[in-house]
Design a protein around this ligand. Structure first.
Ligand code: GLV
Length: 321
């Protein structure tokens, strides 16, 4: 008998699909991850697990789960999984590319405009009863029109972001591990070295996954190179940014503001200095959070698990690095 462990509560319509082919053990909370010790116990006789980015898949997990055939990660990023270890043990890992691309780009765009026009500060001002009159520079922000926008990480989400920029009269630059010459004309995006992107961009948008190459890419030296009125947006992974350096850059006006959907530690510690800065807008890792996209991500995980149980190829396997 197949057994699936699901580490968050997901809607019954999806659970039912798995229940028709397997025993299902599902954690009963949607906002709190399954505790690690419970996860390690549950997977002992599991043949599949449906996880989120809150679960780290390492040696301890693989050793605890000798019957595992598939790990379905409900995320496109998979830095929470030791993929070489998983594949070496003959286990298939899958992620959810494609279905979340447009939704995540929309969140990035929302953050960019929210920070540029100081929407969060302005809304708090109204709520606090501080609004007394119209002011010539009241919450004066920054234009996207005519701006240089630099995208770091030109994968599917970076490209979707660039497509959205086309209607906003911007100059698009990008930097990526590999150059996408074939897409440049359609996207209207110019490939530049990383330093040029930092030096010339009015908006720097990070969509990069976390890898050995991208870790701490936005460090003190990077922020020093950026324009003093630049806005930094991160919808990739938190550890691509040295957060102490970011705090320093914001406090010392090396850059103007930031918008972050991802943090090194999630959830953020409430004593984190970023939370005290009015020019930092932080949202709780909601890039792919539209109802339709979350449904699609869950369905893709269910499909991948069902296919592996049927000895078919999963739709979206993760390949070893
Ligand atoms: C979210 O960050 C994802 O990787 O899907």
């Amino acid at each position: 008998m197949e057994k699936v462990v699901i580490t968050r509560k997901i809607p019954q319509q999806f659970v039912a699909q798995l229940e028709s082919v397997a025993q299902v053990e599902m954690w009963d909370e949607s906002l709190v991850p399954m505790p690690r010790d419970q996860f390690l116990e549950a997977i002992q006789d599991a043949t599949a697990c449906f996880i989120t980015l809150s679960e780290t898949i390492d040696e301890e997990v693989i050793t605890a789960a000798p019957h595992l055939k598939i790990i379905a990660n409900m995320a496109v990023g998979y830095d929470n999984i030791d993929i070489n270890l998983v594949n070496q043990n003959g286990i298939i890992a899958t992620n959810t590319p494609g279905v979340l691309t447009e939704t995540t780009a929309e969140l990035g765009f929302t953050l960019m405009l929210t920070v540029a026009r100081r929407i969060v500060e302005a809304e708090k001002y109204v709520q606090n009863g501080e609004w007394q009159s119209w002011g010539p520079y009241l919450f004066a922000g920054k234009d996207l029109n005519n701006a240089n926008v630099g995208i770091y990480g030109m994968g599917e989400i970076g490209k979707a972001f660039a497509r959205r920029l086309k209607g906003f009269n911007t100059n698009i630059m990008y930097h990526n591990r590999t150059r996408h010459k074939d897409d440049e004309e359609a996207l209207g995006a110019l490939y530049v070295p990383f330093d040029t992107l930092l030096q010339q961009s009015d908006f720097v948008i990070c969509t990069a996954p976390l890898t050995d190459d991208t870790k701490d890419k936005f460090n003190a030296q990077a922020f020093e190179k950026m324009k003093k009125d630049a806005i930094f947006i991160n919808i990739g992974r938190g550890a691509v940014v040295d957060e102490q350096a970011l705090v320093h850059a914001l406090q010392n006006e090396q850059i103007a503001a930031c918008g972050l959907d991802v943090l090194r530690e999630e959830p953020i510690d409430m004593s984190h200095p970023l939370l005290a800065l009015p020019n930092a807008v932080i949202v709780p890792h909601i890039g792919s959070a539209s109802v339709m996209t979350r449904n699609r991500m869950i369905q893709l995980c269910v499909d991948n698990i069902s296919r592996v149980f049927n000895q078919e190829q999963p739709k979206t396997p993760i390949m070893s690095n």
